[in-house]
Design a protein around this ligand. Structure first.
Ligand code: ATP
Ligand code: MG
Length: 321
């Protein structure tokens, strides 16, 4: 089964949708699980109320985008199980292995006041994966190293104490599946971007989407052509249109005689792609009872699924009853 998480570090955007959420809703099997990794959003300075609101929003968006409600849960609802397994895995992991993680080195190493959790969160991520027995973990390139760590820990534990964990494998997205920031096509679209001018959020109103697309950075050429290296802004627009229409970007380029026409088509396609999700999300957020039921049922299912693995791991390592 596949397991994948999304951190509520900001609002979900078009890149999250085209690159991840949409695939989760369409490609998976009935046993796959998707979760909102709210515990991972606390490794750097955070705001509790904001985090809670973004967690509900993210859960609602996953369901609104078509992931069956039986396949979603919120990470912190399994905090007890995950903390216990994280401890077991921290006792399987060396300090050097954790300190070598590129994300830690980039974001925290050597900085004053850096949270200990920034160092240890890849071990929590290993617990997320190993608790559920996932064998495939769809991740972006930047999380690949963390899945490799989960693999190493599963193998080491199984070898030292007894076979309990499935050894997971990272599944990387197809190349070219990155949506770029409309205002700065050198960067990928990100939840945590400092400037949201070039980020289309899943819940943006149609007018705002159109304004953001119209302002997208292009280049000094006039003819529409697909050249990702040299003309990244226009290529990004074609990639987005191709993503929304399930077409090939190079084929679409010939359809347009001006950048203006291309931008209008992109705005239309993005608005129509996101509209049903925005509307369904609004319904879900307006009915906290329903979202709460989804959340509780998801938590119960995920906890039950992981229970025997956690208990076995505890027993094998010499703890628990
Ligand atoms: P952050 O800035 O907090 O890292 P993010 O926007 O990069 O947020 P993640 O939570 O890191 O989002 O990633 C969630 C999922 O969305 C992953 O599967 C990742 O590969 C995918 N994803 C993120 N950004 C993009 C993008 N610009 N284009 C395509 N897929 C993306
Ligand atoms: Mg990211």
């Amino acid at each position: 089964m596949r397991l994948s998480g999304i951190t509520p570090s900001g609002h979900p955007h078009l890149g999250n949708h085209l690159g991840a959420i949409r695939r989760w809703a369409s490609d998976g099997g009935p046993g796959d699980l998707y979760f909102v990794s709210d515990l991972h959003a606390m490794t750097t300075t955070h705001n509790p109320g904001g985090l809670r609101a973004r967690t509900s929003e993210m859960l609602a968006v996953l369901v609104a985008a078509g992931i069956p409600a039986e396949q979603v849960f919120v990470q912190s609802d399994l905090a007890r199980e995950l903390s216990a397994l994280t401890w077991v895995l921290e006792c399987t992991c060396s300090y050097g292995e954790a300190a070598r993680m590129i994300q830690f080195k980039e974001k925290g190493s050597g900085q004053a006041g850096v949270r200990l959790s920034l160092l240890t969160y890849p071990v929590l991520m290993a617990a997320d994966i190993l608790l559920q027995g996932a064998d495939e973990v769809p991740v972006g390139e930047d999380q690949n190293q963390h899945v490799e760590l989960a693999r190493a820990l599963a193998r080491r534990f199984n070898g030292a104490y007894g076979e309990v964990f499935t050894v997971p494998r990272p599944v990387l997205p197809p190349t070219g599946a990155r949506v770029r920031d409309l205002a700065d096509p050198a960067r990928k679209m990100s939840k945590s971007a400092r400037d949201a001018a070039g980020v289309v959020f899943v819940l943006d109103e149609p007018d705002l989407i159109r304004r953001k697309v119209r302002r997208a950075v292009t280049d000094a050429f006039t003819e529409v052509a697909y050249a990702p290296e040299e003309r990244s802004g226009v290529a990004n627009l074609l990639d987005i249109l191709a993503g929304c229409r399930d077409a090939r970007p190079a084929d679409l380029a010939t359809e347009f005689s001006s950048y203006g026409a291309l931008k209008e088509a992109v705005a239309d396609a993005v608005i129509e792609t996101l509209r049903p999700i925005r509307e369904r999300t609004a319904e879900l957020l307006a009915d906290p009872g329903e979202l709460d039921r989804v959340r509780k049922a998801g938590a119960a299912r995920a906890a039950e699924r992981g229970e025997h693995r956690l208990n076995s791991a505890m027993r094998l390592i010499g703890a628990g009853t």
